[in-house]
Design a protein. Structure first.
Length: 337
């Protein structure tokens, strides 16, 4: 269990101890119950060719579970840490955050209608248009036209800087299509960025090593608390959490709610179903699930609201057993509008 996690941790541990392979000791953040829940969720998905990755962490960045693929014996490539793929609509979170920081509100109205940007005509997934909608409705329904309009209104460079402020470090192309997640990220990269919404606006650094001891028992390394600091206004985070909560209440992932635990999240599906994502969180845990083919071949209509959301929900329901329910930051009532 946790083989992909170990492969991610051990090189760093060796660098810090110089002797882990010869009897040193490494204390990590891995939680075995959560790891087993992640592996079980992958097995239960019944995937044959399509690959999968899961990353889950506490809201302070402690990685508690990681699955980098269906079968470690067949492929040691860790898709959780090294599998950079287009983020799809999971990136819209940063667009809406930038819009609210500019002064818009969850009740701001924008028109969902066909758009044409120098010949580029992005459409909604269902090819339907709903006229005037609130930003809350637009996010929960994952309307592409509204996200693109907001991206243009706020400015792609501002949106890119917003994502980077929360911890996205991959190269982002600040263009009109950025709103639809055309830039690539890894599951390990987007999970801590979402953690800022789960903890009230603090940017976190994903980590797995708590302590390293040498063969003589001497402590060589002990992790000190570290974060990116306050990366967003807690008031705006609260507004975003109420909006994101709607995805699981009335929106594209309403089958993935976690009974008893206020949760929020976002689906993502890239062009031709090449990538499908679900990234979500409670005030206890954050988790990202990616599903796709290593060669980039399109899947058979797999969307973020389907298999990834199902895997996420199964994992999170099991990982939350015994945890105390908490309201999402800034919502008070659990975020249900």
């Amino acid at each position: 269990a946790g083989t992909y996690f170990a492969d991610w941790v051990l090189p760093t541990a060796r660098d810090r101890s110089g002797g882990v392979d010869n009897g040193g000791n490494v204390r990590t953040t891995l939680e075995m119950d959560a790891q087993r829940a992640a592996e079980r969720a992958v097995r239960n998905a019944g995937l044959s060719k399509t690959e999968v990755a899961i990353v889950s962490m506490r809201t302070d960045g402690r990685v508690i579970a990681m699955v980098g693929g269906r079968n470690y014996a067949k492929s040691q490539f860790n898709r959780a840490t090294a599998g950079n793929r287009q983020a799809g609509s999971t990136f819209k979170l940063f667009v809406y955050l930038a819009a609210l920081e500019k002064g818009l509100t969850p009740d701001t109205i924008r028109e969902d209608a066909p758009i044409n940007i120098r010949g580029w005509k992005p459409e909604n997934y269902t090819h339907e248009y709903f006229g005037n909608v609130t930003l809350t409705q637009a996010l929960s329904m994952s309307l592409n036209t509204i996200a693109v309009k907001l991206n243009v209104e706020v400015g792609p460079k501002v949106v890119a800087r917003t994502a980077q402020r929360l911890g996205i470090h991959s190269a982002l192309k600040p263009n009109e299509s950025l709103a639809l997640g055309t830039s690539e990220v890894s599951p390990l990269e987007i999970t801590p960025a979402y953690a800022a919404f789960a903890n009230g606006g603090t940017g976190v650094i994903p980590h797995a090593i708590l302590e390293v001891k040498g063969t003589d028992g001497e402590v060589i390394h002990r992790r000190q608390p570290a974060s990116l600091g306050q990366v967003a206004d807690p008031r705006v985070i609260g507004l975003m959490n109420r909006m994101m909560r709607e995805t699981l209440v009335t929106g594209t992932a309403k089958k993935s709610d976690i009974p008893g635990y206020p949760a929020a999240g976002k689906t993502g599906t890239t062009q031709e179903h090449r990538d499908a994502w679900f990234v979500g969180y409670t005030a206890n845990l954050v988790a990202a699930v990616w599903v796709g083919n290593d060669d980039g071949e399109p899947m058979k209509k797999v969307t973020g609201s389907g298999l990834p959301a199902e895997v996420w929900a199964e994992f999170m329901r099991n990982a939350h057993k015994g945890l105390t329910p908490q309201n999402l930051p800034g919502t008070g009532d659990g975020g249900i509008l």
